[in-house]
Design a protein around this ligand. Structure first.
Ligand code: FAD
Length: 423
């Protein structure tokens, strides 16, 4: 390495270096492949989809060709078999180049991760396990062979997506399947997904609604009774096209169950890190805000005049503060995604809330600081920082672990053991 190369800020480097973070070669290769894909394919298309608030369907077609749609599909079913952590690290790399594509991709990948590696970690009866293994083959085949895209519309605008009450979207058992009625807001990939991975409450005649009866169904986008309504013109993450999904008397065959009865509830209560999957995109955005700032101040940002601004002490202090915040964010997040497992102890769960809160809030704080530090010319829409600033603002709003809910749980679950009450 020449002195010049040492001196340059290397935006090509992975966020988590394979040697420093002791990654296995196979995992690091997959993560680097995702990074190269992000730089080559996602970055050039990101600005237009952001401007027009259109869904980047061609990115998903290319992800299929690249094997990334099946990153968490088990190897025996034709996928890359990535673990929870490897997926998170790959998604962080993609998030550096296009937040909206990566967040939408997360919705798709989670449907395979939750039914794959995560479900393998859960207790199931032999009968449930056999049923699950047989059914998930169908979903994996559609993804691996046909490039099918799955989404994850859970939010309803009430307290259900936060895990407080049962989902208002209901599935009535009928011969051969279910009839589903309900409404999902912020359904990323609406109009573009082939299957909507919907959480709903299974409820027979006269039964009370219960979270324990949550079922997870893949509803074909072309099933009669499925429609997408409303506008989509938000502040950030515009390319997710998260419009409202309406389900009116939709018949869903039993084979479309993504998990057997009772297993989603078990996953949500015993594998809580499953909700950390929204954070990798924002880890990538945090890194992107930092990279932008360093390159810009050094006069090395492509598309800008080679004007250096690094000689001012205020810039140096700002970059130092950004580096501190980035290192703290990376360290906490890496630890938390590395220790995810079934039935984690209280300490790991509290750390997961802390990691989610930190990534979501710090991504936004880093982007804000990047704009103040780089100055007016850096926030023009022709450069990526302005988009990173708006996209990063959305992280704290993602249920079920919004920044406020993480704070709320961190405080309460630190001070109270389960079941404890004050007199
Ligand atoms: C770009 C984008 C894409 C999205 N994509 C999807 C998607 O694909 N699928 C999906 O299901 N959802 C998606 N969402 C929705 C998201 O997860 C939330 O459901 C949505 O932002 C909630 O908005 P709301 O106004 O209904 O929030 P509300 O539920 O009204 O909450 C407002 C705020 O109050 C706080 N709050 C809520 N409940 C509690 C509580 N019990 N305790 C303490 N504080 C609380 C939270 O901080 C929350 O931010 C997306 C959101 C965005 C912004």
């Amino acid at each position: 390495m020449t002195p010049r190369e040492l001196d340059r800020h290397d935006t090509e480097a992975a966020i988590f270096d394979r040697a420093c973070f002791r990654l296995a070669d196979g995992d690091a290769d997959l993560i680097e492949k995702a990074k190269a894909f992000g730089a080559r394919v996602l970055a050039p298309r990101a600005a237009q989809h952001d401007r027009d608030a259109t869904f980047p369907i061609e990115n998903f077609r290319d992800m299929h060709r690249e094997g990334l749609l099946a990153i968490c599909v088990p190897r025996e079913a034709g996928g890359a078999g990535a673990s929870f952590r490897t997926y998170c690290l790959a998604a962080a790399e993609l998030g550096r180049y296009c937040g909206a594509t990566t967040l939408s991709w997360n919705m798709h990948v989670s449907s395979t991760l939750w039914t794959g590696a995560l479900a393998d970690d859960l207790d199931m009866t032999a009968e449930q396990r056999a049923e699950h293994n047989a059914r998930r083959k169908l979903h994996y085949r559609r993804i691996v062979d046909d490039g099918a895209i799955y989404s994850q519309p859970f939010s309803e605008g009430g307290a259900a997506a936060a895990g407080i009450v049962a989902f208002g979207t209901e599935a009535r058992p009928v011969d051969g399947g279910f009839v589903v009625n309900g409404k999902k807001i912020f359904a990323s990939l609406s109009g573009s997904a082939d299957y909507y991975g919907v959480l709903c409450t299974e409820r027979g005649e006269g039964e009370a609604a219960s979270r324990r009866n949550t079922i997870y169904l893949a509803i074909p986008a072309n099933a009669p009774g499925v429609s997408v309504v409303g506008d989509w013109d938000p502040l950030g993450m515009r390319g997710t096209v998260s419009r409202t999904l309406l389900l009116k008397d939709v018949f869903v065959p039993e084979q479309e169950m993504l998990m057997p009865h009772g297993v989603y509830y078990k996953a949500a209560t015993s594998w809580p890190h499953m909700f950390l999957t929204l954070s990798p995109t924002y880890m990538g955005l945090a890194q992107a805000a930092y990279d932008f700032t360093v390159s810009y101040l050094r006069g090395e940002l492509p598309g800008t005049p080679p004007v250096k601004r690094r000689m001012y002490p205020t810039k140096q202090i700002a970059v130092a503060e950004m580096r501190l915040m980035l290192e703290q964010t990376k360290a906490l997040w890496f630890q938390s995604i590395s220790e995810a497992c079934a039935n984690p102890g209280k300490d790991r769960v509290l750390r997961a809330y802390a990691a989610q809160f930190t990534v979501m809030e710090n991504a936004s704080a880093l982007a804000t600081k990047a704009i103040r530090t780089c100055g007016g010319q850096a926030m023009l829409k022709s450069l990526a920082l302005e988009r990173i600033y708006r996209d990063s603002r959305c992280g704290s709003l993602m249920l079920p672990w919004t920044a406020e809910i993480c704070l709320d749980r961190l405080g309460r679950e630190t001070l109270y053991e389960p079941g404890e009450k004050d007199e």
